[in-house]
Design a protein around this ligand. Structure first.
Ligand code: FAD
Length: 472
C-alpha cells in the first residue's frame, strides 16, 4: 500500500533514509510542505528561499525520473501542517507517513503535532535519524549530559562511529506508473524573493550539483585544506554548506567520500581529510546542542550569566557594520561578500561576528538575524553556534578577553590584500600594506571611511562589559 514521504531539509533521492525505507514498503508519493511565511519568520531571506525553491524544483525532477509524484502543500505556517498532511494522506489513500527528523525547537514541536494528529487517525508515522550520524541524546558524557565542549564530543563521535551509522541508501528503483496521481506544479516565489541569474550560476541547486561540488573539492582543493582553509582568497574550502543545510547531499555521503580517500579512516591519516571531517562533526555538535538545550532555539544564550550583559544600542554602528563601512577593510570586504554572494568564508564569519559583538558591543541576536537574512546556507544550529562562539556566550566559546584585532587578522589571513581589493575596489590601487593600515593618509585619500572605533579603546570597553558577567 501507498507510502507518503515528506521531504523537508533533505531535498535529495540518494541516501535518503525515509525515502528508502518507505520504498521497501510500497509505492511512494512525495510531499513538500512549503511554509514560506514560517521560513521568513525564522529569519531566512531571499537568497535562501530562492535556493530552497530551486532545490524543490530539482527534487521534483529527480523524483519524476523515478516515477514518484511530488505533491506541494503551499501553506503559510507550521500551525496548519498537521491537518494539511492528514488531509493529503487521506486523499491519496496512503497507509503511512515517513520523514527524517529535524532539530530546531519549532520543527520538533511541529513534528510532534504531526505525529499525534496522524496517529489519532490511525495513520502510521515513521521517523528517522538522517541529518546527523548519532541521534541527539545517544552521545553523552559519562555523567549523562549533552557534551558542551566540542573536542570531547568529537572524540566520542570518532570512537563510536562505525559501518552501521555510515551505511548509505541507494535511491529507490523506478516504480510502476501511478495512475491518477500527478506531480504538482511549483508556484513561483514572489518577485522580490527571486534571485538573479548570477546567483543561480553561483549556487546551482540539486543533488547533482552537490555531488559535483563534493567530487571537485575532494579531487583537488582538499589537498591544501589545513594550510589554506583560513585564507578567504584561496577558495580552499568545499562551499558545500548550502547543500548540506538543505540536504541536497547527506553528511554520510560527505563522510564516506572523504574516508574513501583516507584508507577508510575518519579520525586519523591525512590531516587535510581528517580536518575537513571534523568540520562536519562541528555541524553535528550544534544539531545535538539544539536538542539538549532548547533555550538556544528561543534566542537565549548558552551561558545564562551572560543575559545581563550591557549591550549597546547603536543603529548607526549597526548600519555601518551591515553595509561594510566600519573602516576596517577585512570586516567591510567580508560584509560585501556576504551580501553579494549570500555566503561568507568561515574565518570572516568569526572576524565580523567578533567585531560586532566585541568592538561595537552590539547584541549577537542582531548579527545572527542579519546573517540569516543573507546567507544561502543559513541554518539555526551552526549560525547560532557560531554567533554565540564569537560573542563568548556559547558552548566552547572564545574566552571574552581573546578579541581578534581586525587589522592583524587581515595581515595574517589576507597578507597581500587581494581579498580586500576584490570587494573594496577603492582600495585596490593601494599597495598591500596600505590596504591594511587602519588610518593611513593614503587610505583616507581614496574616500574609504576612517575606522568607526579605535581597536584598543573598543577592546577595553568590551573587557569592562564582559568581566562582571564572567565573574558571575
Ligand atoms: P568547509 O570548510 O568545506 O566545511 C564542510 C562543512 O562542514 C560545511 O559545509 C558545514 O556544513 C560544516 N562546517 C564547517 N565549519 C563549520 C562550523 N564552524 N560550524 C558548523 N559547521 C561547520 N554554517 C552553516 O552551515 N550555516 C550557517 O548559518 C552558519 N553560520 C555561521 C555563523 C558564524 C558567526 C560562524 C562563525 C560560522 C557559521 N557557520 C555556518 C559555520 C561555517 O562558517 C560554515 O559552515 C562554512 O564557512 C561553510 O563553508 P564550506 O562549506 O566551504 O565549509
Amino acid at each position: 500500500s501507498r507510502q507518503l514521504v515528506w521531504f523537508r531539509t533533505d531535498l535529495r533521492t540518494i541516501d535518503h533514509t525515509a525515502l528508502s525505507h518507505a520504498a521497501e514498503r510500497g509505492p511512494v508519493i512525495g510531499v513538500v510542505v512549503r511554509t514560506l511565511q514560517q521560513w521568513r519568520e525564522h529569519g531566512h531571506g531571499a537568497n535562501k528561499l530562492d535556493f530552497w525553491q530551486r532545490g524543490i524544483a530539482a527534487l521534483s525532477e529527480e523524483l519524476t525520473a523515478l516515477r514518484i509524484p511530488l505533491k506541494i502543500l503551499d501553506i503559510d505556517t507550521f500551525e496548519r501542517t498537521p491537518d494539511a498532511l492528514l488531509e493529503l494522506t487521506r486523499d491519496l489513500a496512503c497507509e503511512a507517513l515517513h520523514f527524517n527528523d529535524e532539530y530546531g525547537l519549532n520543527e520538533q514541536n511541529r513534528d510532534r503535532r504531526v505525529h499525534a494528529t496522524l496517529s489519532e487517525a490511525d495513520i502510521a508515522v515513521h521517523r528517522y535519524t538522517d541529518q546527523v550520524i548519532f541521534t541527539p541524546g545517544t552521545l553523552k558524557t559519562g555523567s549523562g549530559d549533552y557534551y558542551s565542549v566540542f573536542t570531547p564530543f568529537l572524540k566520542a563521535w570518532l570512537k563510536q562511529v562505525g559501518a552501521d551509522q555510515l551505511a548509505q541508501h541507494d535511491a529507490p528503483s523506478r516504480q510502476a506508473p501511478m495512475a491518477g496521481i500527478a506531480t504538482d506544479p511549483l508556484p513561483p516565489l514572489p518577485a522580490g524573493e527571486q534571485a538573479g541569474q548570477a546567483f543561480h550560476e553561483l549556487w546551482p541547486a540539486g543533488e547533482e550539483a552537490a555531488a559535483d561540488r563534493l567530487a571537485r573539492f575532494l579531487d583537488r582543493r582538499v589537498r591544501h585544506y589545513q594550510d589554506q582553509r583560513d585564507f578567504p582568497e584561496e577558495t580552499a574550502t568545499s562551499e558545500l554548506s548550502p547543500y548540506i543545510a538543505l540536504g541536497m547531499i547527506s553528511p554520510r555521503q560527505c563522510l564516506n567520500a572523504a574516508a574513501a580517500r583516507n584508507h577508510g579512516h575518519l579520525g586519523d591519516g591525512d590531516r587535510n581529510l581528517t580536518g575537513w571531517i571534523s568540520e562536519l562533526v562541528w555541524r553535528e555538535f550544534y544539531q545535538h546542542l539544539l536538542v539538549g538545550y532548547p533555550r538556544l532555539s528561543r534566542g537565549e544564550p548558552f551561558k545564562l550569566e551572560t543575559r545581563q550583559l550591557a549591550w549597546r544600542d547603536s543603529e548607526e554602528d549597526f548600519a555601518a557594520w551591515c553595509e561594510g563601512r566600519t573602516g576596517y577593510p577585512l570586516v567591510d570586504a567580508a560584509m560585501k561578500q556576504l551580501v553579494t554572494r549570500g555566503w561568507m568564508h568561515n574565518r570572516l564569519r568569526m572576524v565580523t561576528a567578533m567585531f560586532l559583538t566585541k568592538h561595537l558591543l552590539i547584541h549577537w541576536h542582531r548579527g545572527e538575524q542579519f546573517f540569516l537574512q543573507h546567507l544561502v546556507d543559513g541554518e539555526l544550529g551552526s549560525n547560532n553556534g557560531g554567533w554565540q562562539w564569537a560573542a563568548s556566550t556559547g558552548t566552547d566559546a572564545a574566552p571574552y578577553f581573546r578579541i581578534f584585532n581586525p587589522t592583524t587578522q587581515a595581515q595574517r589571513f589576507d597578507p597581500d590584500g587581494a581579498f580586500i581589493a576584490r570587494y573594496l575596489p577603492e582600495l585596490a590601487e593601494l599597495a598591500p600594506r596600505a590596504r591594511h593600515e587602519p588610518n593611513s593618509q593614503q587610505r583616507r585619500d581614496t574616500g574609504y571611511p576612517a575606522p568607526i572605533v579605535d581597536h584598543r579603546a573598543a577592546r577595553q570597553r568590551a573587557l569592562e562589559a564582559f568581566a562582571p558577567a564572567d565573574n558571575g
